[in-house]
Structure formats: C-alpha cells, structure tokens
Design a protein around this ligand. Structure first.
Ligand code: FAD
Length: 412
C-alpha cells in the first residue's frame, strides 16, 4: 500500500471507540462507514468516565473533542475507610497524586458524534456475519443487507462479535465482582467541602470498594451546582449468583448490564442498606438519594493479537481490562490514532496491520497487568485503612500496584 492509497473501511459500533476511529480515519482520507446497532442515540454506561489530562489534551489536539470540552480535574486520590472515630467522612491515612480528569460519558460521545457526518453513520444496523476473503471482507447485517470493504474495524464493545469471530477460544472472564453506580445532581446536595474530593473507600466489613467524583453536566456546564455527583460501588458477587441477581424490574434476565431505570426497587434498596453499613454516613446519605442506578458485571479478556487478516479490534472489543484502570478511553483513542498513523506509511497493508496489532496487544497487556494489581489491592486485599498507620498504607500501596508506563491517571 502506498501512502496515498485510500481504503473502504467499515466500523462496527458507533460509540466512543467507533466515533474516534471514524474521525481519525476520515481525516486520513479513507472512505469510512459506521454501522451502529442502536436505533437512535446512545445512552451512557454510567454517568462518568475518568481518563488522564494527557489523554484528554491529546484528543482535543486531534480535534476529536472541542478545545473547551469540560471536565472535572482531580490532583489527589484519598484512600479511606469508615472508622470508629470517623463515622461521618471516614479515616484517610493515604493520598496519592493524580493527573485525572472526569467527564460525562454521554456529553463526550455527543461531542465526538457531531464530527462524524450523518451520511456515514448508519443507525439500526446490526452486523451478524463477517467473512475475510483475503483481499476484502464481506459483511452481513440483520436486515439482510451486505457490504464488501477493504478493512473492518470492530468497535463493538465488551461483548464484541468481532472478538468472538477472530478469537473464539478466548471468552470473556467474569471477575467475581460487579459495580452498582449512579449519579446525583449536585443541586440536590448540601454544599460541603468533601464534595470536592475524590475518595476511594474500602468497605467496612466486606471486600470491594467505592469511589466518587464530580462530572460536568451532560450539556457541558462545570459550574458549581450544575455538576453531577458520580459514584460507583464495586462489590463481590459470585458467578453462580448472577442469574438471580441480573433480573430487571420487568422480570427479564439481563446479561452484563442492568441499565439505568431497569433495576428492581428492592434490589436497589438492599444495596443502599449495604452501603449504609459499609460507608461513612456522608456518602450513605447521598447514595440514599440516588435514583435510576445501574448494574454492570466486570469482565476481562486477554487476546494474542488485535487482528486477523483484514479484521481488527478497537476499544473494548479488544483486550478488556478492569475498569479500575480508567483505561477505556485511552485504549480506544490509541487504537484509532495508531491505526490512522500507520495507514499513512508506504508499507504493504498486511505489514502495517501486523505492526499495529503487536503494539496494541503489548500496551493493552500492560494495562491488564495493572488492572489485576488494582483489583487485588482495591477489591480483594486492601490494607485496613481504618487502623493501619500511614507508613504501612504507603508501603502496601507502592508494593501492590505496578503502574503501567503507557497510561495511568496517577501523576508521575
Ligand atoms: C463499569 C465500567 C466502568 C467504566 N469506567 C471507565 C472509566 O472510568 N474510564 C474509562 O476510560 N472507561 C471506562 N469504562 C469503559 C468505557 O465505558 C468504554 O471503554 C468506552 O465506552 C469505549 O467503549 P467502546 O466504544 O469500545 O465500546 P462501547 O461503548 O461498548 O460501544 C460498543 C458499540 O457497538 C455497538 N454494537 C455492538 N454490537 C454490534 C453489532 N453486532 N453491530 C453493530 N453495532 C454493534 C453497541 O451498540 C455500542 O454502541 C468503563 C466501563 C465499565 C463497564
């Protein structure tokens, strides 16, 4: 392939990773088409996502986001736990410097989506089959239509059809814990300085952890009073319990997610009672107000590569790392950026894709290693932050987590 050759590229999935790919490859002059299963706009998988300021700045520089796209920055993580003496806010024996920015998921997606022309973004198109013929890929959709393209990028999320087609022997692995999360409008909360901090609490008498941070409103306001208090509680849930747990308020069995508004009220109330037991009262009081909460099971996947032939994986369709890493946006962005840059080279397409795949696999695996460390430290084996001295907590933290050099929201 010479640097001037332009490809017909199909992108399966028009979420964060799909839109980033469409923007960057479209800028490179390629003929991109996005095929998205949803009938209309996407709904966020939770209110907020975190990434690093560096990644956000790179996305703005690449014109994937508006230069003034709002985020809530945090420069410190407070590791805390409710203690006998600190019932309201908890005891914080350890802090770590952060370079973290928090954004509204839907606000970010809408900001990206407006850069993808409607003429190339096709809703209500569910891919059902893909066949690589060596020099092209034939795609089949649920409505019976077919397409023949030079390259297909699967940006179809954690339960990717592309991943299953390319690597059927590498299923998703449930990690033994689940997240319950939601948002509360800041205007409904009493002003308190603790609203401005970013804590990670371990639970009083259970494995698991809780985080909270502010995000700008979906409309893009980061003014005090307009923001949203975003919270998430990770708690152990054995795989055998999932079938009973994942029943929604209409009595339907869900897989992976119970979206906002679909949780059974008794389940939501039981989790609120659990939080009352496990967290300082300041946070339990806020969560008691939280409506339309949602559930997500936590999965990972490890893969030997990011492509086979002319089929590639992008974002969560590739190696899935624990959400504690906050690496989802980073992975989608770097997968798309590296591919767009690689396709400018004068090398044969096969070589370009292979080189790209090796790099994406290496970087994602270092994220995965960090994610496993974080799971162990923050979910399963947290030091007792209610009683241990600060020096012991610092030693525990530094020994527990190997920070991946490619990406971390911890400050260097
Ligand atoms: C609990 C949890 C917490 C998270 N927290 C963070 C965080 O703090 N920071 C962070 O950076 N990331 C976080 N993430 C990850 C983040 O949400 C994703 O990385 C991000 O949304 C990018 O995902 P994606 O575009 O690859 O896939 P998705 O957002 O899952 O999108 C996949 C798209 O593909 C479409 N699709 C699926 N199958 C088909 C098909 N057959 N045909 C057509 N379309 C199809 C879907 O409709 C969907 O729109 C979190 C994820 C979870 C589960």
């Amino acid at each position: 392939m010479d640097g001037t050759q332009k490809l017909n590229i199909a992108i399966i999935g028009g979420s964060i990773a799909g839109c980033m790919s469409a923007i960057l490859l479209g800028k490179g002059g390629h003929n991109v088409s996005v095929y998205e299963r949803s009938r209309k706009g996407l709904v966020g998988r939770g209110g907020g996502v975190t990434t690093s300021r560096t990644v956000l700045d790179q996305m703005k520089a690449a014109d994937i986001l508006d230069a003034d796209f709002p985020s809530s920055p945090y420069s410190e993580l407070q590791l805390s736990k409710v203690s006998a003496d600190e019932q309201q806010f908890g005891r914080c024996p350890l802090t770590r410097a952060l370079d973290m920015n928090c954004v509204h998921w839907s606000g970010m997606w809408e900001n990206m989506r407006k850069r993808v022309p409607d003429a190339v973004y096709h809703n209500d198109m569910t891919l059902t089959e893909a066949h690589d013929n060596g020099t092209s890929v034939r795609l089949e959709f649920a409505d019976g239509t077919t397409r023949e393209v030079d390259l297909v990028l699967f940006a179809d999320g954690y339960n990717s059809l592309g991943r299953r087609l390319l690597f059927p022997d590498h299923p998703l692995v449930y990690r033994g814990y689940t997240v319950w999360r939601g948002v509360v409008p800041e205007r409904d909360l009493i002003r308190e300085p603790h609203l401005e901090i970013h804590p990670r609490f371990s639970l009083r008498s259970s494995k698991g952890s809780f985080i909270s941070y502010m995000i700008p409103s979906r409309e893009g306001s980061d003014a005090v009073g307009d923001r949203l208090f975003n919270w998430a509680c990770y708690f152990p849930l054995p795989e055998a319990d999932l079938p009973d747990f994942m029943i929604d308020n209409a009595g339907e069995a869900r897989v992976g997610t119970i979206p906002a508004g679909a949780m059974r009220p008794e389940q939501d109330n039981a989790l609120k009672a659990m939080i009352r037991e496990q967290l300082p009262s300041f946070y339990a009081d806020i969560i008691a107000q939280s409506q339309n909460n949602q559930i997500q099971q936590i999965y990972t996947s490890d893969l030997p590569a990011y492509r086979k032939g002319r089929m590639c994986l992008i974002g969560d369709a590739g190696i899935m790392v624990p959400p504690l890493t906050g690496a989802g946006v980073f992975k989608g962005f770097t997968n798309a950026r590296d591919l767009a840059e690689g396709l400018n080279a004068d090398d044969p397409l096969d070589e370009i894709l292979e080189h790209w795949s090796v790099k994406q696999t290496r970087v994602a695996r270092s994220m995965l290693a960090m994610g496993y460390d974080m799971e162990d430290a923050f979910i399963w084996n947290t030091i007792d932050l209610a009683t241990e001295p600060p020096e012991a907590c610092a030693h525990w933290f530094d020994r527990s987590i190997r920070i991946a050099k490619e990406f971390s929201y911890f400050a260097a």
